[in-house]
Design a protein around this ligand. Structure first.
Ligand code: BGC
Length: 416
């Protein structure tokens, strides 16, 4: 970023803190299209509207954001980037490396982001020391969502090991229910796979395979076992799983058709949106085998470089709103995630939110907090997509577990 651009952004921050309402507008590219996500998005949209910032919506459905990223690339290539973009982990770094993102340092300094945003998130929000994105939340993927009434009907306790988890699903299946609500889309299979890798091999194995991409770990017996666990799960999904959206899988647990769903805590947004209470009508617990670890992803808003002054002001108004403590509480209670700041009390959150916040802090202190491969926080998008392909091909019966581990080694090697 040139000195001139930096000065312009600083001037815009000053304008933000001194001027009253001006005609500002943000165009926001995002993939928050389910009921719970839309409710959370509305919290942001209304917050901005109160500050006089208009909203042009640019939704691109598809969890994990791959489709949104494809559209983004097309928009940027056409010389017409949206002003603000929901983005995950390594994608933020890629766009920053291309020099496409605005520098938010002046606002970050004024609001002390350095002090309040956890290190694990700053690693993605900053590029070469400059703030390029504002984190709105922390999600984590290693959750099971369970229907309480069904657990009671089947006489089930919360499973504490992989074996107990499988036994619970067997009980549900035997009783004629769909044991595991699942949507057959590559990103959903990858989301589940994150937990299988961690569950089989623990933190060191997750680090070696998913983050460091060590070929020995990727092709190891433990990886074969992770794929075998995927086979086991495959035996518990219904016949119509293929192509189903994740929120429809959540609905199956919500309406008592299904016992469990393994999904990130955006699923909680669906339960809450349906009027259900955490710890009462539904339960949340860590995927058995992954307790003590948290595999996270953080939605951040990256601001694309724009030349128009009022668009720059709107970007800063949005970044400022996103980072405000009150907003972080209001938004994350609805979204299912937890705040991207360390200075927010958990009192207002429901049982799952409080658990999530405590576990995030613990994992961060214990060195057991890891970026989710499925959601762009373990490796770059090309490696991530290569993994998606193998994981989903295996889940759909193209490879057995042993071949899948071999294919994973090859795919990752080619993608690097
Ligand atoms: C995002 C969540 C979103 C989920 C499903 C994840 O990649 O981080 O915010 O709710 O995808 O769309």
């Amino acid at each position: 970023m040139t000195m001139m651009k930096k000065l312009k952004m600083t001037a815009a921050v000053l304008a933000l803190s001194t001027t009253s309402v001006v005609a500002q507008e943000v165009e926001v590219l995002h993939w928050w299209t389910s009921g719970g996500e839309a409710a959370a998005l509305n919290v942001l949209r209304e917050n901005l509207a109160e500050g006089g910032v208009g909203w042009t919506d640019m939704p691109v459905a598809g969890g994990g954001g791959s489709d949104a990223m494809t559209i983004l690339r097309a928009r940027v290539s056409a010389g017409d980037p949206p002003t603000a973009v929901q983005m995950l982990g390594f994608s933020i770094q890629d766009w920053a490396a291309e020099g496409s993102l605005a520098n938010l340092n002046a606002l970050a300094e004024e609001q002390n982001w350095d002090e309040v945003v956890p290190e694990a998130l700053q690693r993605f929000s900053t590029y070469e020391g400059d703030w390029v994105a504002a984190p709105v939340n922390v999600h984590s993927v290693n959750w099971v969502w369970a229907n309480t009434a069904l657990m009671e009907e089947l006489g089930l306790e919360q499973p504490e090991s992989w074996e107990e988890f499988v036994a619970a699903m067997e009980a549900a299946q035997d009783a004629g229910y769909t044991a595991l609500a699942h949507g057959g889309q590559a990103w959903q299979e990858a989301t589940v796979f994150d937990s299988m890798v961690m569950g089989v091999g623990g933190p060191e194995f997750y680090q070696d395979s998913m983050i460091d991409l060590d070929p020995d770990a990727l092709g190891s017996d433990m990886m074969v076992e992770a794929f075998e666990r995927m086979d086991t799960l495959r035996g518990f999904v219904d016949d119509n799983f293929s192509g189903r959206d994740w929120n429809l899988a959540s609905s199956m647990v919500i309406n008592g058709e299904s016992l469990f769903q393994i999904m990130g805590d955006w699923a909680k947004g669906e339960f809450v949106n349906a009027g259900l209470t955490a710890g009462d009508e539904f339960q949340c617990f860590r995927v058995p085998g992954t307790e003590g670890t948290v595999m996270f992803n953080s939605d951040q808003f990256a601001m694309f470089e724009v030349s128009d002054d009022s668009a720059q002001e709107a970007q800063l108004a949005m970044a400022s709103a996103v980072m405000s403590p009150d907003f972080q509480v209001a938004f994350n209670m609805v979204k299912g995630s937890v705040p991207a700041r360390t200075d927010i009390p958990s009192d207002d959150f429901d049982a799952c939110g409080q658990l999530g916040m405590a576990q995030l802090a613990e994992a961060s202190a214990n060195g057991t907090l890891f970026g989710s491969m499925a959601h762009g926080h373990a490796n770059n998008p090309s490696v991530q997509n290569a993994m998606y392909d193998v994981i989903t091909a295996h889940f759909n019966g193209e490879f057995d577990a042993e071949t899948a581990a071999e294919e994973l080694v090859l795919a990752v090697e080619l993608a690097q």
